[in-house]
Design a protein. Structure first.
Length: 313
């Protein structure tokens, strides 16, 4: 529906009602927080738009003309409808802001989200927040289906129908038990890593996709199948520490184990697997309300994360 060009804007109609109710253009101007010349200009623009005068100026104030009396009645209906619309929008925003559902991959959920949550709670203490943890592919499906207001993934790029924004970078490390033969070597070749069965996350995991993509840049064939597939980062760490095989995990996930000596890193010549952790949302629907706040918090933390994960650190 296309509105007629004769339809005045709401501020002009609201000002007209205030002039009639207060009996003075000057008092109405003060009530609206504008100057009297600005109020006069707004009323003159309204009169030019509709083609007739709506106010009669007298020494004692302003009163509606005959045409203005009709305009006042119609303006009141329009302004009251606008107030109902505003109340409805406020109700919708209140419902939106009352709960935030987040979907995140394991690395983000376990090692980044808790810190973000502290800052988010300070900004929106009344918002109920729920977190669904899944692999990156499942996070994308959850956000596309509308079951989460924002998602965080580790995969190289989001699936079709989603937009994304970079949050921080993370490095994947090859780790083994201190008892593993690789723990006593200065470095291994990418080809040896490719032909060795390693402990992997399940298909659809961002960690696995990023690792396979980085390895493919060095080795295109002769790659071994995983010795074990697990959907839990913690389970993979325990399996690697138990010397079942090498594992490829986020530097965020293994920091404590490396410090404790239960896992050690293995240098792979010329091989570095960096990935960008991303926030995702449906195409054309930028995060709003608490989801926007969470994205801003995650984005603001990127400088600290980048310093921690800088090559050589």
């Amino acid at each position: 529906m296309r509105l007629s060009p004769r339809i005045p804007d709401l501020p002009a109609l609201d000002l007209l009602l205030s002039i009639v109710e207060l009996g003075s253009l000057g008092r109405a101007a003060r009530a609206h927080g504008i100057s009297q010349p600005a109020a006069s200009s707004r009323i003159r623009s309204l009169e030019r738009l509709i083609g007739t005068s709506v106010l009669e100026r007298t020494p004692s104030g302003s009163r509606p003309t005959d045409s203005g009396t009709f305009m006042v009645g119609w303006a009141r209906e329009v302004v009251e409808a606008a107030q109902r619309l505003d109340a409805g929008i406020a109700h919708l925003l209140g419902e939106r802001d009352a709960r935030l559902r987040v979907a995140a991959s394991q690395t983000v959920a376990e090692y980044l989200f808790p810190g973000w949550l502290t800052d988010l709670r300070a900004r929106v203490p009344q918002t109920a927040i729920t977190l669904e943890v899944a692999n990156s592919a499942q996070v994308g499906e959850t956000v596309l289906a509308g079951r989460a207001g924002i998602g965080f993934i580790e995969s190289p790029r989001p699936c079709h129908g989603l937009e994304s924004g970079a949050v921080t970078r993370d490095r994947l490390l090859v780790v083994v038990s201190p008892r593993h033969p690789w723990a006593r070597r200065s470095a291994i070749e990418p080809r040896e890593l490719a032909r060795t069965p390693v402990i992997q996350r399940e298909q659809g995991s961002g960690t696995r996709m990023s690792f396979e993509r980085a390895l493919a840049a060095h080795v295109t064939e002769g790659r071994a199948e995983p010795v074990l597939e697990l959907s839990s980062t913690t389970a993979i760490k325990h399996a690697a520490a138990g010397d079942i095989g090498p594992a490829v995990l986020s530097s965020l996930a293994v920091a404590a184990e490396l410090a404790a000596g239960t896992l050690v890193t293995v240098d792979v010549l010329g091989f570095e697997a960096w990935r960008t952790l991303r926030a995702i949302w449906p195409t054309g629907q930028r995060p709003a309300g608490p989801a926007r706040d969470l994205y801003a918090i995650a984005y603001a933390a990127r400088a600290q994360d980048a310093a921690r994960t800088r090559p050589g650190s």
